[in-house]
Design a protein around this ligand. Structure first.
Ligand code: F6P
Length: 342
């Protein structure tokens, strides 16, 4: 049997660990052959392949990024996208496809499996941890670790200058990275997309910290919005590839804090550094287990299925369960963490 593998969407530490586990178990235990597809759904759509065998996956476990490349190509939005995929899979004799990706990539896999008779297995990935049906996605732990280390470092420079430091982390729709890194790094304010924030209240917290002779750290997710919403809508834009770019909420907030509190403020935007580099041990562990279970789904002919983490077990769920709605931060959890604000 020949199995195709692709990675789609934003890259994420742990992708190579999944690929390695799939190929090693597939070759050694089941005698499968593999075809790697380049750049997400663009690969099967254009018949663009990469050699994927045991030598190709040697030494990639600790490497960030993906040896297959990635893109946000969506065949459902391309002319004859699905037909081209089906033709290429037939020509390459690929009988099953493992799609490793987030909401968009898996959304395509679900429809291909359910509506177009293309046998797909899904593996969830995103540093944002916002996919439903799995407790965690790999990449998240690494991103939180990087953001936490940055916050630890920013504390000392904030204290030396008695400045406010605003740290903008990734998270367009969900504040998981902000919440976890902010709590772990001892931030004084954490602002997330799920709850619009009140600038006056943020400034009151900042002022109260200075009264206690302490330079405050504000962690803000890139998708967080102030209550009036004016600024963020103005700064949202589409780049030339049609992707939404969120920029500027951290910088905007720092300016508001300076204006309203009279305290000096600086912004650090962590950006793609959160997605780069070597995966944490937890992410390697989770990614490897996902890969081992994904190839078992192929062996069992269990298509339209995604592997997921429930507690400490890897389970199988319909791919559509993960993509139907995003997993966002529960208000109760945010409130619980809020005891440290101010
Ligand atoms: O979905 C993962 C993510 O890293 C988001 O947190 C972020 O908003 C987005 O990708 C950035 O996308 P790009 O790499 O296309 O700029």
């Amino acid at each position: 049997m020949r199995v195709g593998v692709l990675t789609g969407g934003g890259d994420c530490p742990g992708l190579n660990a999944v690929i390695r586990a799939i190929v090693r178990k597939g070759v050694q235990e089941y005698g499968y052959d593999f075809t790697g597809f380049r750049d997400g759904w663009r690969g099967p759509m254009e018949g663009d392949t990469v050699r994927l065998d045991i030598p190709a996956v040697r030494g990639i476990l600790p490497r960030g990024g993906t040896i297959l490349g990635s893109s946000r190509t969506n065949p459902l939005k391309e002319k004859n996208g699905i037909r081209r995929i089906k033709e290429n899979l037939a020509e390459l004799e690929v009988e099953a496809l493992i799609a490793i990706g987030g909401e968009d990539t898996l959304g395509v896999a679900a429809r291909l499996s359910d509506e177009y008779d293309v046998p797909c297995v899904g593996v969830p990935k995103t540093i944002d941890n916002d996919l439903s049906a799995t407790d965690y996605t790999f990449g998240f732990d690494t991103a939180v670790g990087i953001a936490t280390e940055a916050i630890d470092r920013l504390h000392t420079t904030a204290e030396s200058h008695m400045r406010v430091l605003v740290v903008e982390v990734m998270g367009r729709h969900a504040g998981w990275i902000a919440l976890h890194s902010g709590l772990a790094g001892g931030a004084n304010v954490i602002l997330i997309p799920e709850q619009r924030f009140d600038v006056e209240q943020v400034c009151a917290w900042v002022t109260s910290r200075f009264k206690a002779s302490y330079a405050p750290i504000v962690v803000i997710a890139e998708g967080a919005m102030p209550k009036d919403g004016d600024m963020v809508l103005k700064d949202q834009s589409l780049d030339s590839f049609g992707h939404v770019r969120l920029s500027g909420v951290g910088e905007w907030l720092a300016k508001q804090i300076e204006k309203r509190t009279g305290k000096e403020a600086r912004t650090t935007v962590l950006g793609h550094v959160q997605r780069g580099g070597t995966p944490s041990a937890f992410d390697r562990w989770l990614a490897t287990r996902f890969g081992l279970h994904a190839i078992d789904c192929v062996r069992d002919g269990d298509f339209g299925t995604m592997v997921a983490l429930r507690g400490t077990d890897i389970v199988r769920v319909p791919i559509a369960d993960a993509t139907a709605r995003l997993k966002t931060v529960d208000p109760t959890l945010y409130e619980e963490v809020g005891v440290f604000f101010g």
